[in-house]
Design a binder for this molecule. Structure first.
Ligand SMILES: [Zn+2]
Length: 285
């Protein structure tokens, strides 16, 4: 049972009820700030459907162990490689579907960090979500429904996990990052700006066409200089974090140098919108 100590008990109970009543839908979007909890709950469900024990899922039978270890052919888990979930990762699911389940009645595709689906990957996923040719439950996991492409989101049943507040980094974090007390009081919606800036960063480095749209949204929302400073700070933090990981080092460094240019541009009164567009266009090259 220890294998499942991290699941969301309430959601797990709901899902098991649906499973037992044959009422699982074929596409879910699990929204959880704690994506690991959501992913473990998805695995728990896959175990419940395939467990060989009496108390399903027991977490210890052969099937449960193989599912948890990622060694069960009918439960496929997909994670982003680098910054994005690409079409190369989604395509094999279709091929997988063409085969009938090898050991179970019901297949599970668990797709973590669904906000990182590229446009082409999302398109590949759409008909899988719409009309699966074989019994399959696809579970997408994200920490924010707004960050999942609307075409994908609208084809899923959304389950919102109990949201514990993100650790309140609060003013101290923002002060440390270079905002003044006055700036902090002037911020319109720091949580949204932070999340959207992080999405924007991911879209830029994934060369996702949505980046230019997000640039527009950010520039609309970041009306005052404090908001704009926060966006730039969040982008720098994302770039700095990326520069410290081997796989993403070069993109992080590239972005840091572009952000320094943007500092200069803002200082010279270039519009915020133009600065964000500049990041997108320069990064592409
Ligand atoms: Zn089991």
């Amino acid at each position: 049972m220890d294998n499942f100590s991290g699941i969301d008990q309430t959601k797990a109970a709901e899902l098991k009820k649906a499973l037992l009543n044959g009422q699982l839908v074929h596409a879910y979007l699990f929204i959880d700030l704690d994506e690991q909890r959501a992913e473990l709950t998805a695995q728990w469900l896959a175990c419940a459907a395939n467990c060989l024990g009496k108390n399903r899922p027991d977490g210890v039978c052969r099937n449960c162990q193989r599912i948890l270890a990622g060694n069960f052919p009918d439960v496929v888990r997909i994670h982003p490689i680098g910054q994005s979930l690409s079409i190369k990762q989604i395509r094999p699911l279709k091929e997988e579907l063409a085969k009938s389940p090898t050991e179970s009645q019901l297949r599970f595709f668990i797709i973590a960090e669904a906000e990182r689906l590229t446009m082409s990957a999302a398109n590949a996923l759409l008909n899988l979500l719409e009309e699966p040719v074989a019994p399959v439950v696809t579970i997408l996991i994200a920490n924010n429904a707004d960050q999942v492409l609307p075409t994908v989101r609208s084809r899923t049943q959304i389950l919102n996990f109990e949201q514990e507040k993100l650790p309140d980094q609060g003013a101290a974090d923002l002060l440390a990052a270079g905002l003044s007390q006055q700036d902090i009081e002037n911020l319109t919606d720091p949580d949204w700006l932070t999340k959207t800036a992080q999405t924007f960063y991911q879209e830029i480095v994934a060369r996702d066409n949505l980046a230019i749209i997000t640039a527009h949204e950010l520039s609309q929302a970041a009306k005052n200089p404090a908001d704009q400073k926060l966006v730039i700070i969040r982008l720098k933090q994302a770039a700095l974090a990326a520069s410290q990981t081997e796989q993403t080092r070069s993109s992080g460094i590239k972005m840091l140098s572009l952000l320094m240019q943007v500092d200069q541009m803002l200082y010279s009164n270039v519009s915020f919108r133009n600065c964000l567009d500049y990041l997108v266009l320069k990064f592409e090259r």
